[in-house]
Design a protein around this ligand. Structure first.
Ligand code: ATP
Ligand code: MG
Length: 266
C-alpha cells in the first residue's frame, strides 16, 4: 500500500515502536529493486507532465538523524527526473542574514514554484529539532513553532503545493555502522564529522524531539511518513511508492494545445 508508514493526524506514535527494517509490504530485495526501477521511470514521466502543466507543485521534506540516508535518497529516488523540474535545497546552520529574519523566511523562499518538485534536505523542522535539543532558543519559542509550522504548511497546501514529509528512521546500531564505514572508506571520509559523534550522544533527546515533531505536525494537508531506513533498498521503494501514488493523485495534465490544425511550417 502506498500509504504504508503514513502517520495519522491525532494518533500519537512512539518512534521506539516504529520499525527501522523492512517487512510491511516487501521483504524480497531483488523484487523490491525491480519494482523501484519501474516506479522511478513512472515518476519521471509524471514529473514531465507536472512541469508542462505548471499549475501545482510538490514539496518533499527529508529529515533524519546523521547518516540516515537523506543524500542517498535524493540521489537514487530522483535519478532520471528532469533536473530542470526539480530543485533540491539543503538547509545548513542559518547564515547571519537568515538569522536576522524569522525562521520560516529562508524556507518559504525555497518553496517550489508551480510545476516544480522541491526537495528539502533538512528543513524548517530543524527549528524544533537541533534548535530544541541544543537549546538554541528558549522553550517558549520552539514550543509555539509546531502550530506555526502547521499554519505555514496549510498556507502552502492551499496555494497548490502538495507536501510529503519523510522521516528516515534508522536504528542507533545502523548509524554506528554507517559512521564506521565513513571512517574506514577513504572515499567516504569527507562525510564524517566529529560533530556527528556529539549528536549521537544525544540520540535519545533527538528521538524525543523527532517524536514530538511527527506527532504534532502530522496533518491532513502535510502528512509525515516514518520510513524504515536501515535497508536502503526498502527505503527507496517505500518513498518511491508514496511519491508515485501522490503524483498520480495530483493527475497533472499536458496543457491543451491551441488550434494547430491550420499551422503550416514552410
Ligand atoms: P550529512 O548528513 O551528509 O552530514 P548534513 O545535512 O548533516 O549532511 P551538514 O553540513 O553536515 O549537512 O550539517 C548541516 C547542519 O546544519 C546540521 O547539523 C543541522 O542540524 C544544522 N542546521 C540546519 N538547520 C539549522 C537551524 N535552523 N538551526 C541550527 N542548525 C541547523
Ligand atoms: Mg552532517
Amino acid at each position: 500500500m502506498p500509504k504504508t508508514h503514513q502517520l495519522e493526524p491525532g494518533r500519537q506514535i512512539r518512534l521506539a515502536d516504529c520499525p527501522t527494517t523492512a517487512g510491511t509490504f516487501h521483504d524480497n530485495r531483488k523484487q523490491a529493486e525491480k519494482d523501484f526501477a519501474k516506479l522511478r521511470k513512472k515518476i519521471a514521466l509524471l514529473q514531465h507532465r507536472l512541469y508542462s502543466e505548471g499549475k501545482q507543485s510538490l514539496l518533499v521534506v527529508l529529515q533524519a538523524m546523521d547518516a540516515g540516508g537523506k543524500d542517498g535518497t535524493i540521489r537514487r529516488v530522483f535519478e532520471g527526473v528532469n533536473p530542470q523540474g526539480t530543485r533540491v535545497t539543503s538547509f545548513k546552520v542559518p547564515s547571519k542574514e537568515e538569522l536576522a529574519h524569522d525562521y520560516l523566511w529562508r524556507i518559504h523562499k525555497a518553496a517550489p514554484q508551480r510545476g516544480m518538485i522541491g526537495v528539502f534536505n533538512r528543513s524548517h523542522y530543524e527549528d524544533v529539532l537541533v534548535v530544541r535539543v541544543e537549546k538554541i532558543v528558549p522553550e517558549a519559542i520552539w514550543r509555539r513553532r509546531y502550530d506555526e509550522i502547521n499554519t505555514f504548511e496549510k498556507h502552502l497546501s492551499d496555494n497548490s503545493t502538495r507536501i510529503l514529509k519523510f522521516y528516515l528512521h534508522i536504528s542507533k546500531s545502523e548509524q554506528r555502522e554507517r559512521f564506521q564505514d565513513r571512517l574506514d572508506d577513504p572515499t567516504k571520509n569527507w562525510k564524517f564529522s566529529l560533530d556527528d559523534l556529539e549528536k549521537r550522544k544525544l540520540w535519545n533527546e533527538y528521538q524525543a524531539a523527532y517524536e514530538d515533531a511527527l506527532n504534532r505536525c502530522t496533518t491532513e494537508w502535510a502528512p509525515w511518513f516514518a520510513i524504515p531506513a536501515d535497508q536502503k533498498w526498502y527505503r527507496n521503494l517505500a518513498i518511491a511508492r508514496v511519491l508515485h501514488a501522490t503524483l498520480v493523485e495530483m493527475d497533472p495534465q499536458f496543457p491543451a494545445s491551441e488550434d494547430l490544425e491550420s499551422v503550416v511550417i514552410d
